[in-house]
Design a protein around this ligand. Structure first.
Ligand code: FE2
Length: 293
């Protein structure tokens, strides 16, 4: 749990060269000259291996991906097996803004970003009871304690929204950041739940401003925060690939304006940093009908 494979199966570890090394050195430079470097370096490895993180810095670097604020975690295979029959039920859930019910009683609401060049469906909890089903998965994965060192918060890292995401094709890139905040106040987990998810991956931008492909692996999830620029990769499948997606972060309400500008547009019911629930319509009424990406 929580261990990062620096040789990520994404292929992102390929093509290291002197420029990449220099970029890592530049990123790490403040620590190399820090008077307490011996104390800092062990702390850099305290929660997630395979990333460069200076304690107290809101950002970190994944040198294998050459990307900011991203790391991979293991997804237990027993969880994937438990979700498999439910994942299969999502294949036919395609109507925009329709509500569906899984065979375990969990109600889902479908939001489709129609401007994207993709048939992606974001199936989120349609009510609070369904939210708690996703919240149990979130706690099972141990995601909160994992990102807590990077996120300013008071008591806990909260789940805002959970999704079963499905898609079968993407004909054009829609490069974006999930979070419009300067610091790491919120994170996204994307983890494939079907083998098909390994064949329609992600395109992301490195810190050298290059585009790279990342292939998802069943049993692995990608966690990413602010300034991680990405899109569904261009591709076509003969079935809809399914993913688990979770949005989580700080419990401080003063950041909800910027955090909600993305996650509030993807679902109908969501939990706020203070633990209360709101709806997309209520969020828009309070903070404005803005397009975040
Ligand atoms: Fe995204």
């Amino acid at each position: 749990m929580g261990q990062v494979n620096p040789e990520a199966a994404s292929g992102a570890a390929q093509g290291r060269d002197s420029c990449q090394f220099e970029a890592i050195v530049r990123f790490a430079a403040p620590w190399r000259t820090h008077p307490i470097a011996e104390e800092v370096l062990p702390a850099m490895q305290s929660t997630i291996s395979g990333i460069l993180h200076k304690p107290g810095d809101p950002h970190f670097l994944n040198p294998a991906l050459m990307a900011p604020n991203a790391f991979e975690i293991d997804i237990p295979h027993d969880l994937i097996a438990e979700l498999a029959p439910l994942t299969a039920e999502t294949q036919g859930m395609r109507e925009n803004r329709a509500q569906y019910r899984l065979s375990n009683g969990v109600s889902l609401f479908n939001e489709r970003p129609l401007a994207w060049q993709s048939d992606i469906c974001w199936l989120s909890h349609a009510d609070e009871e369904a939210f708690h089903w996703f919240d149990a998965i979130y706690h099972r994965l141990g995601l909160g304690p994992l990102v807590a060192p990077f996120v300013p918060h008071d008591r806990e890292i909260r789940l805002y929204a959970g999704f079963l995401v499905t898609r079968s094709h993407c004909t054009g890139l829609n490069m974006h950041c999930d979070w419009s905040t300067d610091d790491n106040l919120a994170f996204t987990l994307m983890a494939p739940l079907t083998v098909a998810g390994e064949r329609l991956g992600m395109t992301y931008r490195t810190i050298r401003d290059e585009e790279r492909e990342l292939s998802y692996k069943l049993g692995r999830g990608l966690v990413f925060g602010t300034k991680f620029v990405h899109s569904t990769a261009i591709g076509q499948l003969d079935e809809r690939a399914a993913f688990l997606c979770l949005n989580f972060g700080t419990d401080r309400m003063e950041h909800w304006d910027s955090i909600g500008s993305t996650t509030a547009r993807q679902c109908n019911v969501l939990r706020q940093p203070d633990g209360t629930f709101t709806t997309q319509a209520q969020w828009r009424a309070r903070y404005g009908d803005r397009k975040a990406y």
